[in-house]
Write a protein that binds this ligand. Structure first.
Ligand SMILES: NC(=O)c1ccc[n+]([C@@H]2O[C@H](COP(=O)([O-])OP(=O)(O)OC[C@H]3O[C@@H](n4cnc5c(N)ncnc54)[C@H](O)[C@@H]3O)[C@@H](O)[C@H]2O)c1
Length: 251
């Protein structure tokens, strides 16, 4: 029980990585605060996990809107007293187009969720963690935060920004006993990637062949790493971006 008596906030918890992580953290004893814009799936997942005798609470929030995040954090602290661990995982993929043809509105939309959303989440999480003098934050970047993803300039930029923010904040809050890291998964079988694979057709096989382990990840494999990275077994790591990618970034 790595998270007995701990409150773990997970954004983007209605689907994919966030859903898998919510179950694993709850199994490790955490009270999991599941946050997502997708209320329908979020509520259902929370109820499913609770039916196993575990503890989660679902909150609806659009993480691209500062007022919603500010209200969300205030409500969470009122209801649950603390946030020990925050996993800023919510994100969107975006359309595929070369940079000269990339719609500016789409670029702004992706940055608003993937970058500004992480900034705002950290801002309000840290405000609280500083007062409690401890905390752990894990931001979900991507392999595309460490290398270019052709035809998705917005996603690439947004995920590079997550790593930059992680490093800057880690430097600022190390003295407050708050660890802040990022993870960089490669293609993992969730709605986001299934949607991408549908659009690229045979490109899927090329992507698979480029991964040294010759397969895509399952959400659970990323969630297991999240559980260890945020736990008290991992005490001296901060300001780091960790690939979880079947060797992709080593090529
Ligand atoms: N699946 C992959 O291959 C992969 C690889 C690298 C990084 N990632 C990152 O992992 C994270 C999770 O992605 P996933 O693959 O589970 O995708 P997903 O689409 O299955 O889940 C993303 C979740 O984020 C939520 N979300 C989106 N916009 C939101 C907003 N404005 N406010 C609140 N919630 C919002 C969605 O409703 C959804 O539940 C994302 O940040 C993604 O960029 C995914």
């Amino acid at each position: 029980m790595l998270y007995k008596d701990k409150v773990v906030l997970i954004t983007g918890a209605a689907n994919g990585l966030g859903k898998a992580a919510s179950l694993l953290f709850a199994k490790e004893g955490a009270t999991v605060i599941m946050v997502d814009i997708d209320s329908e799936n979020g509520k259902k997942n929370s109820e499913d996990i609770n039916s196993l005798g575990l503890h989660t609470h679902f909150y609806t929030c659009n993480l691209a809107i500062e007022k919603e995040i500010a209200n969300l954090m205030a409500t969470i602290i009122l209801n649950h007293k603390t946030v020990d661990v925050a996993i800023n995982n919510a994100g969107i993929g975006g359309i595929l187009a070369p940079t000269h043809a990339y719609p500016t509105s789409e670029f702004e939309k992706i940055m608003a969720v993937n970058s500004t959303g992480v900034f705002l989440s950290m801002k309000y999480e840290l405000e609280h963690m500083v007062t409690q003098k401890t905390g752990v934050i894990l931001n979900v970047s991507s392999a595309a935060g460490m290398c270019g993803m052709a035809n998705n300039v917005a996603y690439t930029a947004s995920k590079h920004a997550v790593i930059g923010m992680t490093k800057a904040a880690a430097l600022e809050y190390a003295k407050h006993n708050i660890r802040i890291n990022a993870i960089c998964p490669s293609f993992t079988m969730t709605n986001m990637v299934e949607d991408l694979f549908e659009r690229i057709g045979e490109g899927k096989e090329i992507l698979r062949k480029n991964i040294p382990m010759k397969r895509f990840a399952e959400a659970n494999e990323i969630a297991e790493a999240m559980v260890w990275l945020c736990s008290e077994k991992n005490t001296f790591m901060t300001g780091t971006a960790v690939p979880i990618d079947g060797g992709f970034l080593a090529t």
